[in-house]
Design a binder for this molecule. Structure first.
Ligand SMILES: [Zn+2]
Length: 101
């Protein structure tokens, strides 16, 4: 899916902070990182604003969301077009990372 299509589908809203941005301030993020077999189809892509993308850095979405409860809350609310299996994988990894050791 092309980036413009991802932005339009997500109504130009960043899934990590919940704010709406002009397209030039948006980026596309992979829910399941490409190194873990995630592809560029729509069910694996979400809209992220530039500042959130920078803050996230090289962390996987699940690692980022486990570290930032606000971002997790927004992601659960706004990442509606992500495939259920990717959402499950993210939730499972977040739960693992948040579990007491
Ligand atoms: Zn954002």
């Amino acid at each position: 899916m092309r980036r413009e299509e991802v932005f339009a589908r997500d109504a130009y809203r960043c899934v990590y902070c919940g704010e709406v941005f002009p397209p030039e301030e948006l980026t596309v993020d992979h829910v399941q990182p490409r190194v873990r077999g995630g592809d560029r189809s729509g069910g694996n892509l979400v809209t992220a604003c530039g500042p959130c993308n920078v803050r996230k850095g090289h962390r996987s979405p699940a690692a980022f969301l486990a570290d930032e409860p606000e971002a997790l809350r927004h992601f659960r609310r706004w990442a509606r077009h992500v495939w259920p299996r990717h959402l499950r994988a993210v939730e499972e990894e977040v739960a693992r990372r948040l579990a007491p050791r």
